[in-house]
Design a protein around this ligand. Structure first.
Ligand code: ADP
Ligand code: MG
Length: 262
């Protein structure tokens, strides 16, 4: 298979139910979505609509109750090295340095010690943390910790990158820096990205595809293709991003959610 054909995710009629305390809970209504190789999809929807559940299913952490999910034509049967995940909570090991954390992510590749260190250093350089390689997570700010997580994930070369509200804990200024950084690293490595966010602006500034989910049990309500060149801005004249933003905010309003047919 050629490289550009990799990282192709198909979610076909996937629904997910959990056994809750008071009976089964439908976390995701039947949903179909395609993530084209190398594209950036943002997923937005009200809290509890099933965004993390869908993401966990693509990551192989949760099995669909019906339907199927494939990656490059192969059914996803569990977590794999082809899929990287980044969560809001960084997920760094406190007892490893920044370099140690990135190296840990590379263990599965079976590189020599020298290659491993070299690659980890490159990855940290790429996210601007070359000078902080020897620091431990508690010595780093939230934004820096998330940069280590990004370096760790891209370093092992996943075909698909799942990000679940990765910048949700960061302040607005740091988030802007992270957006720029993420786009830079993604444009270099070209993994297929699925990015869950609560922030409409973040979705509009980053994504090629924007998917809006309904209230629980979630299903996909609307799909926007964003073709504006990056870096994007809302203030640039002639930008239709503002119109889409108004529409999405309207869609996410509880009243319009209730008005949607079941
Ligand atoms: P979101 O990420 O959009 O906020 P989630 O995917 O986390 O939503 O959750 C969707 C629904 O599924 C919620 O009602 C949640 O309580 C339920 N849910 C998620 N995971 C489990 C689980 N492991 N067991 C039972 N219910 C779950
Ligand atoms: Mg979630």
């Amino acid at each position: 298979m050629t490289d550009h054909a990799q990282g192709h995710v198909r979610v076909e009629d996937v629904s997910i139910r959990f056994d809750g305390k008071s009976g089964p809970v439908t976390a995701l209504a039947p949903t179909s979505v395609e993530l084209k190789p190398g594209t950036f999809t943002a997923l937005i929807g009200p809290s509890g609509c099933g965004k993390s559940t869908l993401m966990n299913a693509i990551g192989g952490f949760v099995a669909p109750s019906s339907g199927r999910i494939t990656l490059d034509g192969q059914p996803i049967e569990g977590p794999s090295d082809k899929v990287g995940v980044i969560f809001q909570q960084y997920g760094l090991f406190p007892w490893f340095t920044a370099l140690g954390n990135v190296r840990f992510g590379l263990k599965r590749l079976g590189l020599s010690r020298r290659e491993e260190i070299e690659r980890a250093r490159e990855a940290l350089d790429e996210v601007g943390l070359g000078a902080h390689a020897g620091k431990f997570p508690q010595q780093l700010s939230g934004g820096m910790k998330q940069r280590v997580a990004i370096a760790r994930t891209f370093a092992f070369g996943p075909k698909v990158l799942l990000m679940d509200e990765p910048f949700g804990a960061l302040d607005a200024q740091t988030r802007l820096v992270m957006h720029e950084l993420l786009l830079k690293v993604w444009q270099k490595h070209r993994a297929t990205v699925l990015f869950v966010t609560h922030d409409v602006d973040e979705a509009l500034l980053l994504a090629d595809d924007l998917r809006v989910m309904s209230q629980a049990p979630g299903r996909l309500l609307r799909h926007y293709q964003l073709e504006q060149a990056r870096p994007r801005s809302f203030s640039r004249s002639g930008s239709d991003l503002l119109d889409i933003r108004d529409e999405v905010i309207g869609l996410l309003h509880p009243r319009s959610m209730l008005a949607e047919p079941a």
